[in-house]
Design a binder for this molecule. Structure first.
Ligand code: GAL
Length: 681
């Protein structure tokens, strides 16, 4: 490889990049593209994540010439490269020689070659082929000065591929069960196989929890989810270790998805240096966020939802232990939602600034140019298929210039993220539990989490999203938005903290085997709270129960409620329980004992805002007045900077703190507007 003099990316805390596929374009265009990227203000280019068949056209025969050249061309224009391992697209020769690479769907049918992600995480042949290609790639480019980071694979689990029902997966699942339970008797006990006579005599009898006439044992289903999650983590770790061995000092990341919880991202993220994610605000609103109402989808169709994107920035910043990148940023209409709207003018810029406000180090647009062929031909890019700059490209260039202004006004240290005062606990297994036994059709998924997150954000509060085993030291307010299973260690950490704790309905209701917490929910919190849940009910959409919260307003209960009774076995504790709101039939809707608040059901968004506001004030925080932020307006602080992003339909006045010095935007923001201020403290 010829030596390259590479001016490494300016060590700026705010960087722009783009996703590029040199293998899809004539070589003659590469240099011109690289120059245009640089001219636009982009510094980083991610390449190669689907190019396995180009790198290894036949088993063990590698063709690096094109990739050497592509990297050199980019580096020659001063661009740095994020190199993706190409395992999301195994070549046809591999699946022909080793059909066990292919995943099997829940219907028992093999998912054939012809798109991407056609692999089963448990396939031994996949592991072997992965070792070969990742090792070869990392050896070749690990020390390349232009290759500044590595991405493992692409969007694990995308297209519903976390779970595979292949013979290899079944064998691995049985091994996993044996390691977990050691004896089949223990597994029978843990799963509760006494129900419907489902005892197993050996691990070899265990099948997949799918296809039965009705639902399988919940503990069986949960263990399959845990196993599948462990398989993703193991596969990712294999790649990370190979890359680290040959690319020392280069951070390794994965590009996770939005609204996706099929494996434990905390466990996967623990092996990475940076958590990256792919941000498609309009696709998420239109199709992926099933908990939104039709009216909300209409309202946010061209801007994205005011909390959904920010939620993921905060989530992945936590998963990356402070380091978060947006690896793919929507830059125009996508092709994969049910309906694919055009972003409101200004939104590509606003999404970029929002990502930076929440701590992103890099925002990388998807993709450089719209490709006129293939499955994603209707997916926009920064440039149109004819090569002209598209609207998203112009907005990216604008952000590039604005970053220059910000960095001229403040150094990198002024942008260092500070811990938030509020922590929201995100527990992946609890989401699986709710999916396996929702008990109310709309009770599974991200809805409850977004409801609490949205209430906090409407009050102007910054939020850290943390794992259940994270330290809670320093947080004034900790929110458990329906963590079905809490382990004793988390309860201990909550008790040892001084935080005000707010728990949503169902918190602590299940054991780790997806049985009812003993002797009744809220399980490990029962002693602290001195209450128990005697019954639950879920409510169809449209059915509501009036709630009177006295000074904290009136509203309605929706979706779910826990019917609470005081713990007769803990009379002293029960005496200290304050009932702060009641349903129309007199049942408690909101209770507290000491600094612990329990919401005994889901309530409408405005009422939740009032309850969260009360808890935040009790925690010593200074939330904004509930009506201070106009619909769609959100604030986020990063270091000494305050950012405002506005998605609402009307111009909005930003409650700018006294003494703040404006850098960008004014005190009144138009729809799609961005404001940035330097704060004095
Ligand atoms: C992502 C994926 C990209 C591209 C993009 C289109 O899920 O990582 O390769 O398909 O979506 O929006």
């Amino acid at each position: 490889m010829p030596p390259i003099s590479f001016p490494s990316d300016p060590p700026a805390p705010l960087r722009l990049g783009v996703c590029y596929y040199p293998e899809q374009w004539p070589k003659a265009r590469w240099r011109e593209d690289a120059r245009a990227m640089r001219a636009l203000g982009l510094g980083t280019v991610r390449i190669a994540e689907f190019a396995w068949s180009r790198m290894e056209p036949a088993p063990g025969q590698f063709d690096w010439a094109w990739l050497d050249e592509a990297i050199d061309v980019l580096a020659g224009e001063g661009l740095s490269v994020v190199l993706g391992t190409p395992t999301a697209a195994p070549p046809q020769w591999l699946v022909e020689a080793h059909p066990d690479v292919l995943p099997v769907g829940a219907d028992g049918r093999v998912k054939p070659f012809g798109a991407r992600r056609h692999y089963c995480f448990s396939s031994p042949s996949l592991a072997e082929a992965t070792r070969r290609i990742v090792t070869a790639m990392a050896r070749r480019y690990g020390g390349h000065p232009a290759v500044v980071a590595w991405q493992t694979d692409n969007e694990y689990g995308c297209h519903d591929t976390t779970l595979s029902y292949s013979p290899a997966a079944l064998a691995a699942f049985r091994r996993w069960l044996r390691a977990r339970y050691e004896t089949v008797e223990r597994m029978n006990e843990a799963w509760g196989t006494a129900f419907w006579g489902l005892q197993f005599l050996s691990f070899e009898q265990v099948g997949f929890p799918v296809g039965q006439p009705t639902s399988p044992l919940p503990a069986h289903a949960l263990d399959f989810r845990r196993f599948a999650s462990d398989e993703v983590v193991r596969y990712n770790r294999l790649q990370v270790e190979l890359i680290r061995a040959h690319a020392p000092g280069r951070p390794v990341l994965h590009n996770f998805m939005g609204l996706f919880a099929e494996f434990d991202h905390h466990a996967c993220g623990a092996d990475l240096d940076i958590a990256a994610w792919d941000s498609y605000p309009l696709g998420h609103v239109d199709t992926a966020a099933t908990f939104l109402t039709e009216a909300e989808r209409q309202q946010w169709a061209r801007t994205g939802h005011p909390d959904l994107t920010a939620f993921h920035h905060d989530l992945y910043r936590g998963i990356g232990r402070g380091r978060m990148w947006v690896m793919e940023q929507q830059a125009g209409p996508v092709n994969w939602a049910d309906w694919n709207a055009l972003p409101l003018p200004g939104m590509v810029r606003a999404w970029t600034w929002e990502a930076f406000a929440h701590g992103a180090e890099l925002v990388s647009y998807f993709r450089w140019r719209q490709l006129p062929f293939g499955q994603e031909q209707m997916h926009s890019g920064l440039n149109r298929p004819d090569g002209a700059l598209d609207d998203g490209g112009r907005e990216a260039a604008q952000v590039g210039a604005e970053i220059g202004r910000l960095l001229a006004a403040g150094d990198a240290a002024s942008l260092a993220m500070r811990p938030a005062a509020v922590a929201l606990v995100m527990d992946y297994p609890s989401l699986w539990m709710a999916q396996i036994q929702p008990q109310g059709k709309d009770m599974a998924g991200f809805g409850p989490m977004l409801a609490y997150y949205g209430a906090l954000r409407r009050l102007g509060l910054d939020v850290d999203i943390v794992a259940p085993d994270a330290s809670l030291a320093g947080y004034a307010l900790v929110v458990l938005p329906g963590t079905l299973h809490l382990d004793e260690a988390l309860v201990e950490r909550l008790r040892a903290s001084t935080a005000v704790v707010v728990a949503g309905p169902r918190t602590g209701s299940k054991t780790d085997r997806l049985a009812i917490a003993e002797p009744l929910p809220p399980g490990p919190l029962r002693e602290w709270l001195a209450v128990r849940v005697r019954a639950v009910e879920s409510m169809r959409p449209g059915r509501t129960l009036a709630i009177d919260a006295g000074e904290h307003g009136h509203g309605v209960g929706v979706q779910w409620r826990d019917l609470i009774e005081l713990d007769a076995g803990n009379a002293a504790g029960a005496q200290e329980v304050r009932v702060l709101a009641r349903y129309e039939d007199g049942a408690p809707a909101w209770l507290a004992r000491g600094r612990f608040h329990l919401h005994a059901g889901h309530v409408d968004a405005d009422l939740l805002l009032r309850w969260v506001d009360a808890a935040a004030r009790e925690a010593g925080l200074s939330p904004l007045a509930p009506e201070a932020l106009a619909p769609g307006l959100r604030l986020r602080r990063r270091g000494q900077w305050l950012f405002a992003i506005h998605r609402g339909p009307q111009p909005a006045v930003v409650p700018v703190p006294q003494g703040a010095i404006p850098l960008l935007g004014g005190a009144t923001l138009p729809p799609g507007g961005v404001g940035i201020w330097h704060l004095s403290d």
